[in-house]
Write a protein that binds this ligand. Structure first.
Ligand SMILES: Nc1nc2c(ncn2[C@@H]2O[C@H](COP(=O)(O)OP(=O)(O)OP(=O)(O)O)[C@@H](O)[C@H]2O)c(=O)[nH]1
Length: 159
């Protein structure tokens, strides 16, 4: 959702608090993707998992289906499709997932996106726990050899 004042970006504490971010724009509203680009620039340097959704995908299909029967403003259609492509480019820039959905028509693809984002959040947590452990143990681990008990251990003499 674009706030009433499009200059109002989310405060850093909101972004720092979040485990993951689902950024949603409407492919029928140019302001929404412009806003999302600006929000994206706030999180460019963070490791927070992000997923981008372009909503109201049904509007593109509707316009395509109506071609011929309705005097279609081609400029409008091209612009809509262009926005969907912009979302994909944005997702590539942020190295995050991207889907186009029609939330009002089909909820299942939206649920899939939530699952994907949750997986990314869990993976990021595991990674940060791992790196915390490495930071805590620091160089002490660099001189240690990891020891895993192998099959051959049982064949060693007991004494
Ligand atoms: N065609 C279409 N309309 C949708 C879709 N999802 C939401 N809408 C419509 O978009 C309007 C805004 O939906 P909301 O759920 O209020 O979303 P919001 O983020 O609060 O949107 P804004 O108030 O416009 O910022 C409503 O009229 C919805 O019916 C969709 O997938 N396709």
């Amino acid at each position: 959702m674009v706030p009433a004042h499009a200059d109002d970006l989310p405060p850093p504490e909101t972004i720092n608090w979040a485990d993951g971010l689902l950024l949603v724009y409407s492919i029928t509203d140019r302001r929404s993707i412009a806003y999302l680009k600006r929000v994206g620039s706030l999180i460019a340097d963070s490791d927070i998992p992000v997923y981008i959704i372009g909503n109201k995908n049904d509007m593109v299909c509707k316009l395509n289906n109506e071609t011929g029967s309705v005097a279609l403003d081609l400029a409008v259609e091209t612009d809509l499709v262009g926005r969907a492509e912009e979302g994909a480019i944005l997702a590539r820039n942020f190295d995050c997932g991207f889907s186009e959905v029609a939330a009002a028509e089909m909820v299942a693809p939206v649920a899939v996106v939530f699952q994907e984002l949750c997986r990314a959040v869990l993976a990021a947590r595991r990674k940060s726990k791992h790196s915390l452990l490495e930071r805590m143990l620091g160089t002490r681990t660099s001189n240690l050899r990891l020891y895993a008990r192998g099959k051959s251990d049982s064949a060693l003499p007991k004494d």
